[in-house]
Design a binder for this molecule. Structure first.
Ligand SMILES: NC(=O)C1=CN([C@@H]2O[C@H](COP(=O)(O)OP(=O)(O)OC[C@H]3O[C@@H](n4cnc5c(N)ncnc54)[C@H](OP(=O)(O)O)[C@@H]3O)[C@@H](O)[C@H]2O)C=CC1
Ligand SMILES: CC(=O)C(=O)O
Ligand SMILES: [Mg+2]
Length: 759
């Protein structure tokens, strides 16, 4: 088996494992109301539920008040045009539909049921969809092939009072139109003056051409091809939507049609655009080769044929990824929030303009952080925003909601300034928070050494890192053990090629390493023999010496043993006048957003001075995630009402912080619930200096911070990133024994991000 085959096999296994473990599929349903007592039961179910039913029976619009309808979207397919895989059937399409549902939730907080229907007949399918109206706030039709998709959508739109949107048609058309608008701007051309050749007259192709026509491209300036050749007036196999673009002469061939054309739009299949035809196009042609997963022409081929070409594909590994994920979560968010009865042309055009304008605007610090190292200034390689651009949600949903209200299809009027603020706050309430860190790591060239390189979790993390980064991770461990475990785990890591190994039992650097350790420790009771023994047996010390000598930029240890034991060796080798541990910060990602807790491991009993230092370091690290820190000093005491140890400690630290002129919000001392509940805080501590919910909780001892961290992880189901060792310039991180391979991957991303300014 070739290395490529092995890698493809491993990727396939990883994708299947992702879908299968730890439980099958990508979705679950969770209740939003308590169900703990008889009283809850009586309200949620009989008899209380009858009151909600009767309120809706009297006034159907009350369903959006008393049920989850308003935020619930159906992703519906019959599996007849799944991605570029074709008609693979309803059952096989389910992973895609679950995936769309996940994107709705993660990008825009929208709940979805995925519904796969075994029904090829468009009228029967449409009838079934129409009957679902009582359940949903909106319908997203997905991967239904042309021409049936046109009829299904037409029937549903005419009969339903909620938005019906065929994503492959309109989502794609909106993103294509935004990219085309920007490309034309750069080419200095007007839509009215250009000529387009399109390959693919399916759901996506027809909708994109219709949208481009709405933007000003004359229909006569568009020539379309499908499997049977050019669309011409004599064709009898086409539906009205396709006939609208069938005006080319019958004998037109692709190469001739492309002569002098300004734009190629491919929504068909792989490799269908010959490079020779590209060289016949106008100067600086626009080439959108959007078939998934393999485009009509690969970007490098197109560029070789026409060096000035502006190129987009559907793929994330090239610039200008045109994918409807840039649109559908956000257009639905806006439509649902004003209870729009439909998604009309005004809303779609507002969406086009919002997406196009985001790419033209100067990027914000958050986007810069999220895509560190990539050129994000408007130009041929940045025609449209990136999928993880945090501006997408507030900008698009706001524009769509406004267009719905202005065009009279909104049933609810909202205050747009309030709405913008709400949307902006929502952006960071998700695990997307780690995305920026991963992208920053991908762009940097920091070498990471794992002290416990034989641990299978480390091996899995190292394998996952390779997909994203060019630098080889370094593993401390015995090569034969590492090789055997790689094989046993079915990983494809190749020692020396993909990872470097430092063998504690036999390594040419051993002498250099023990001498370095001895030199640093000789006046702290370490003899040469002891230094040799430590560097033979203690992998944490080896990793720390490597970082000290510059053989690695950052180390990760701690998959076994006690945190402070590891910290001891980190300090011995890496502590300097400028770098000193300031505390351990744990980021816990909860359903309603991220929460940071410190110090969970370093300062067992804080002093006023160490506590203030922990707070300042935490603020710096929280900003690294693009979040404004709002720090609460937590204690059993509240604004001086207890003469307890932590009460006094917090009050002292607060005074130190006040003298330090901090540029972030902090306040204390207060109880944890008061920190997290702004209304309660306003009532109990009027005039306090925090705005909104605190997002960083600082405690006076590792006992208290550790308990908060563990409760958030276990009882509240939070996902932890960390602990992040603060103060050591990102040169060392110490995980805890329960860490998973994903947790190690997260920490490796943090360690790998080139953020020397964060200590
Ligand atoms: N990047 C993105 O965001 C999106 C990409 N797509 C991609 O676009 C493609 C089409 O999707 P969709 O419109 O939903 O599918 P449809 O099945 O509705 O349409 C496919 C179209 O491509 C044409 N086609 C297929 N093979 C050839 C060929 N060898 N030569 C000429 N024409 C051909 C078909 O012709 P005929 O009608 O004669 O069979 C049909 O017109 C897929 O690869 C899909 O992944 C789709 C949506 C979004
Ligand atoms: C992106 C998408 O929806 C498709 O390829 O079908
Ligand atoms: Mg699709």
């Amino acid at each position: 088996m070739s290395v490529d085959d092995a890698k493809r096999g491993a990727e396939r296994k990883a994708a299947l494992d992702y879908h299968e473990f730890p439980r099958a599929g990508k979705l679950e349903i969770r209740p939003t109301k308590p169900m703990a007592t008889n009283r809850d039961l009586a309200r949620a179910y009989s008899p209380g539920v009858a009151d909600a039913c009767m309120a809706i029976a009297e006034d159907a619009s009350a369903a959006t008040r008393f049920t989850a309808k308003r935020n619930l979207v159906a992703v519906i397919t019959n599996g007849t045009a799944v991605l570029g895989l074709g008609n693979i059937g309803a059952q096989a399409s389910k992973p895609v539909m679950e995936g769309k549902a996940v994107l709705f939730k993660k990008f825009a907080g929208i709940d979805c049921f995925d519904i796969e229907v075994d029904e090829a007949d468009p009228e029967r399918l449409a009838d079934l969809v129409c009957r679902l109206e009582p359940t949903f706030g909106a319908i997203n039709l997905e991967d239904i092939k042309a021409p049936e998709c046109f009829a299904v959508e037409r029937i549903c739109r005419s009969r339903m009072g909620i938005p019906v949107f065929h994503d492959d048609q309109h989502g794609t058309a909106i993103v294509v139109a935004a990219a085309a608008r920007n490309a034309l701007h750069l080419a200095g051309k007007r839509p009215e003056d250009i000529r387009i050749v399109a390959m693919g007259a399916g759901a996506a192709g027809v909708a994109c051409l219709t949208m481009l026509h709405k933007l000003g491209v004359p229909k006569e300036a568009i020539t379309v091809f499908d499997k049977d050749g050019v669309l011409h007036p004599g064709r009898t196999d086409l539906c009205p939507e396709q006939m609208a673009f069938a005006h080319a002469p019958k004998d037109t061939v692709l190469g001739d049609a492309l002569d002098g054309a300004d734009m190629f739009l491919g929504l068909s299949g792989p490799g269908l655009l010959p490079a020779a035809a590209v060289s016949r196009m106008a100067d600086k042609p626009i080439i959108f080769a959007l078939a998934n997963p393999v485009p009509e022409i690969m970007p490098e081929e197109a560029r070789a044929a026409s060096p000035g070409a502006m190129i987009a594909t559907g793929r994330s590994d090239f610039p200008n990824q045109v994918n409807n994920v840039l649109c559908f979560p956000f257009i639905f968010r806006g439509a649902l929030d004003v209870e729009a009865s439909q998604i009309n042309d005004e809303m779609k055009l507002a969406c086009v303009e919002a997406i196009a304008s985001l790419a033209r605007k100067t990027t914000t610090a958050e986007v810069g952080r999220a895509y560190e190292g990539e050129r994000l200034s408007f130009g041929p390689d940045y025609l449209i925003p990136k999928p993880f651009d945090p501006r997408l949600l507030p900008t698009i949903a706001l524009a769509v909601a406004k267009a719905a209200m202005d065009s009279g299809v909104a049933r609810r009027t909202i205050d747009l300034d309030d709405y913008r603020r709400k949307l902006e706050a929502q952006v960071f309430r998700s695990s997307m928070i780690m995305r920026g860190v991963f992208d920053a790591a991908r762009q940097s060239h920091r070498r990471i050494v794992f002290a416990e390189g034989e641990d299978v979790r480390v091996l899995h993390a190292a394998q996952a890192m390779l997909a994203d980064r060019s630098d080889k991770p370094v593993l401390v461990g015995r090569p034969d053990v590492i090789r055997a475990r790689i094989e046993r785990e079915g990983l494809t890591l190749v020692v020396d090629q993909d990872v470097d190994i430092v063998n504690p039992e036999n390594d040419e650097r051993y002498r250099d390493y023990w001498q370095t350790y001895h030199e640093a420790m000789k006046r702290r009771g370490v003899t040469p023999d002891l230094a040799k023994a430590v560097l033979r047996t203690n992998t944490t010390a080896i990793a720390a010496v490597m970082v000290r000598l510059g053989d690695a930029d950052s180390m990760i240890c701690g998959t076994f043993g006690q945190y402070l034991w590891h910290l001891n060796y980190v300090r011995q080798m890496l502590e300097t006048d400028d770098l000193s541990p300031a505390g351990a910060l744990s980021l816990v990602i909860l359903d309603d957003g991220p929460l940071f807790v410190a110090d969970t491991h370093v300062n067992i009993e804080q002093t006023e001075e160490t506590l203030a230092w922990t707070v300042i370091a935490a603020a710096r690290h929280v900003r690294r995630f693009g979040i404004d820190p709002k720090i609460a000093l937590c204690s059993g005491s509240q604004f001086g009402n207890l003469d307890s140890r932590t009460g006094r400690l917090m009050r002292g630290a607060l005074k130190t912080l006040d003298r330090t002129e901090c540029d972030f919000e902090y306040e204390g001392e207060m109880n944890t619930d008061v920190a997290l509940n702004p209304e309660l805080r306003e009532r109990l501590l009027p005039g306090n200096r925090l705005t909104g919910k605190a997002n960083v909780l600082i405690y006076g001892s590792t006992d208290a911070a550790g308990a908060a961290r563990n409760l958030l992880k276990t009882a509240a189901g939070g996902l932890e990133v960390g602990p992040i060792l603060m103060g050591m310039g990102n040169r060392a991180h110490i995980v805890t024994p329960e860490v998973t391979s994903r947790g190690l991957l997260n920490i490796a991303a943090l360690a790998g991000a080139d953020v020397s300014s964060y200590g």
